[in-house]
Design a binder for this molecule. Structure first.
Ligand code: PHE
Length: 363
């Protein structure tokens, strides 16, 4: 009797486990614990069992019954939850599989990498600095005087001063750096020339967002310092960069400009990447083709400004403890978004920051 009971129990449990749908579970219920089920039959035959065995057999039958009943309930639950290969949901193997989305490098990161790779191949190395800066490094160390417009509260994000957060050495206001140039001073204070570095990073300016302005954008700064570095070294490095970034036929133009931390300073232009035409060298000549007038990127000028540059101002060297009579250097700074927009023909800077996958997937 005991053996038979065990047999029924294991048969019932495996039948329940393999029941593929509710009907199959119901069939198993009827077969084992239904009114005429196998377990019920045994209960009915209790009379035939010798009295001394009755308590034990009775207990075993009840145990088997409750195990089977529990198994039936569990099986129904898992079927309605739709879990497991036997849940009754047929698998349509002709359906396309569920794809895992593969991420990719953001176009700005990609552009930073491209810029840095070119300079690394020219012997530069990458250095980074803090996005929260002190007024000293963002301005004073770089010879930017108090009356300079960029120091105005409207042109820089100042942070509320917090007594727990005093700058360690110079007790000055904290701000979000408005350019990557402060890292020049930070690096020079701690390192001896010669060196060539590029400094990629985020910068912040309280500009209202439009197609060409963003309150946060990226720059790549460059700084090369050593004995006998000349303006021609700057031109060489930047020309090499521009040709590799925008194509071998890219032309360069250096326009006199002003930055407090470089002397002399230049604004660096490349020939327009869209119309590829250039304005004739002398300004009294007319544009070569009418096409130039129409170019929406350069406005028909034929040139695009891509960065600021110059020879490091001796005052900056003094501020970091270098002897300006012994060293010379050049520096440059470019906006990454601008470079990416020109390279990929993007007309709105906001596209970089909106996280629209239709845009991002193109890179
Ligand atoms: N820091 C300047 C800017 O943000 C760019 C620059 C860097 C100019 C280095 C000259 C040298 O406009």
């Amino acid at each position: 009797m005991k053996e038979r009971l065990k047999g029924i129990e294991s048969e019932a449990l495996s039948a329940i486990a393999s029941a593929g749908n509710r009907d199959a579970v119901e069939t198993a219920r009827i077969k084992y614990v239904g009114r005429k089920g196998l377990i019920t039959e045994i209960l009915k035959k209790m009379d035939e069992i010798p009295p001394e065995e009755k308590p034990e057999i009775g207990r075993l039958v009840n145990e088997a019954k409750s195990k089977i009943t529990n198994a039936l309930e569990e099986r129904l639950k898992s079927l309605s939850a739709g879990v497991g290969p036997d849940s009754g949901h047929k698998i349509d193997i002709t359906l396309p599989g569920s794809k895992r989305a593969i991420g990719r490098v953001h176009p700005i990161t990609k552009t930073i990498d491209e810029i840095c790779d070119i300079f690394i191949s020219l012997g530069f190395r990458i250095v980074e600095g803090p996005e929260i800066e002190t007024e000293y490094y963002n301005f004073e160390a770089l010879n930017i005087p108090l009356e300079h417009p960029s120091r105005d509260a409207f042109d820089t994000f100042y942070l509320k001063s917090d007594s727990n957060q005093k700058p360690a050495t110079r007790n000055q206001k904290f701000l979000l750096r408005s350019h990557t140039s402060p890292v020049q001073a930070r690096f020079m204070e701690k390192n001896k020339p010669p060196f060539s570095i590029v400094i990629p990073g985020k910068v912040f300016r309280p500009d209202a967002a439009d197609a060409s302005h963003s309150f946060m954008f990226h720059q790549v700064e460059g700084l090369a310092v050593g004995g006998g570095i000349r303006f021609s070294d700057l031109k060489g490095a930047l020309t090499n960069f521009a040709r590799r970034m925008f194509g071998e036929d890219t032309k360069m133009r250096f326009r006199p400009s002003f930055f407090p931390f470089t002397e002399p300073s230049a604004e660096v232009d490349i020939s327009c990447v869209i119309c590829r035409n250039q304005k004739p060298v002398t300004s009294n000549q007319k544009p070569i083709t009418s096409n130039q007038k129409k170019c929406s990127v350069c406005g028909g000028k034929g040139w695009l400004e891509i960065m600021g540059a110059g020879m490091v101002n001796p005052k900056v060297f003094k501020n970091v403890g270098y002897d300006p009579n012994k060293v010379a250097g050049f520096a440059f700074g470019m906006g990454v978004e601008r470079i990416a927009m020109l390279k990929y023909g993007i007309d709105d800077i906001r596209l970089f920051f909106e996280n629209d996958l239709r845009f991002l997937r193109q890179f």
